[in-house]
Design a protein. Structure first.
Length: 375
């Protein structure tokens, strides 16, 4: 049986950042990852701001695919574009991102084991016995960074089905993100295109109760010729953070802690910061510090995003079209020029302004009347 101060289950960015910070503080750390390679399978779209990636202590040049200049936001029969250059949004290579953090963690002293699955973690007095496919590990702190699979075991209500393909297609524009809302095809979520280069990118859909593969095929067929070179199916979590990030010396980080954004299910920055904060709190032996610091940075933002999510889940396509029509063009431009990609709520607040409140109220009221009549 091997002894470590910390065992991290899951080689996600949050788990690796927790390992890096704990190892930098002089603790002995082991990371166990069930897949054969750090960074795969790649579920993430890979969108993050340059500022966010630097705040995580990562060198962006080695992992950047391309920069985004605009986002095209579509309703079933309407739409608008948002300039994104001032927000300095980049598409990163998630495989290389995770491997860069893994290298940082290893150089700090952490031991990383791939193709090593965790089977159980049981408290035994003042320590934990973590059973893996390669034997037992004894540790003082156990960090659960196993992603959505971990949280699904506790709660399935906030889970949506999703599919994301790596695609070669002439209709993918190198510098343009596309997001398409349709409450019938993608209830509670949307379809997306995230470019990784000229004519190539990640195309996906998610929604409650949908056949994600079928919905994604229909979406791409409608756009034109394409070839999928990689397919990933994975549930996503959109219901916000769990109640407790730590219990005793058991610590939850990243997707497993619900630290992905309720609006987009993205989490490079929010989950990454969770991992960093957890690693530092473990080193300081002050676990309340972890949750307090994360909530101080993100709780207000997540509360607003959860409110936006509850609204989206109720809207039919007519209401979505009406809401899009009610957003003034000058507000879109203001949100683009002053918004922060890592914090969506401020941009939403700017677009959903008092200037358009009456039109938005009519759209929402009409939506509720239709729900009442149809119900």
């Amino acid at each position: 049986m091997s002894d470590f101060d910390v065992v991290v289950a899951g080689g996600s960015i949050s788990g690796l950042l927790a390992a890096r910070e704990a190892a930098r503080a002089g603790l002995s750390v082991a990371v166990v990852e069930e897949d054969a390679e750090i960074g795969t399978p790649e579920h993430c779209g890979g969108l993050v701001s340059m500022e966010g990636i630097r705040n995580l202590g990562i060198i962006p040049d080695a992992i950047e695919n391309n920069r985004i200049k605009k986002a095209r936001i579509l309703s079933p029969s309407n739409g608008f574009e948002i300039a994104a250059e001032k927000q300095k949004v980049v598409v990163v290579d998630r495989r290389e991102l995770d491997k860069q953090v893994a290298l940082q963690a290893q150089r700090a002293g952490a031991e990383i084991r791939v193709k090593c699955s965790m089977r159980s973690a049981v408290q035994d007095g003042d320590c934990y016995v973590v059973k893996t496919s390669e034997g037992e590990l004894k540790c003082g702190y156990f960090v659960d960074a196993r992603g959505v699979a971990s949280i699904i075991n506790r709660n399935r209500e906030g889970v949506l089905s999703s599919a994301q393909y790596e695609v070669y297609a002439p209709w993918i524009e190198r510098d343009t993100i596309e997001v398409a809302f349709d409450s019938e095809k993608y209830p509670g979520f949307f379809a997306w295109v995230i470019p990784t280069g000229d004519g190539q990118g990640k195309v996906g859909v998610a929604g409650k109760g949908i056949n994600a593969a079928s919905a994604l095929k229909s979406y791409m067929d409608a756009k034109g010729p394409h070839s999928a070179v990689r397919k990933v199916y994975a549930p996503i979590w959109v219901s916000g953070p769990v109640e407790n990030f730590a219990s005793g010396h058991t610590v939850i980080v990243g997707d497993a802690a619900g630290q992905t954004k309720p609006t987009t299910a993205g989490g490079i920055y929010t989950c990454g910061m969770g991992g960093m904060m957890a690693g530092k709190a473990i080193a300081n032996e002050n676990m309340s510090e972890y949750q307090h610091r994360w909530e101080s940075m993100f709780k207000d933002e997540f509360d607003k995003m959860l409110l936006a999510r509850r609204l989206l889940e109720r809207l039919d396509n007519r209401a979505i079209d009406d809401l899009f029509s009610a957003i003034p063009k000058d507000r879109i431009e203001e949100a683009a020029s002053t918004g922060d990609f890592d914090f969506h709520a401020a941009a939403l607040s700017k677009m959903l302004s008092a200037k358009s409140a009456a039109r938005m109220a009519r759209a929402l009221f009409g939506n509720e009347i239709r729900r009442l009549v149809d119900g």
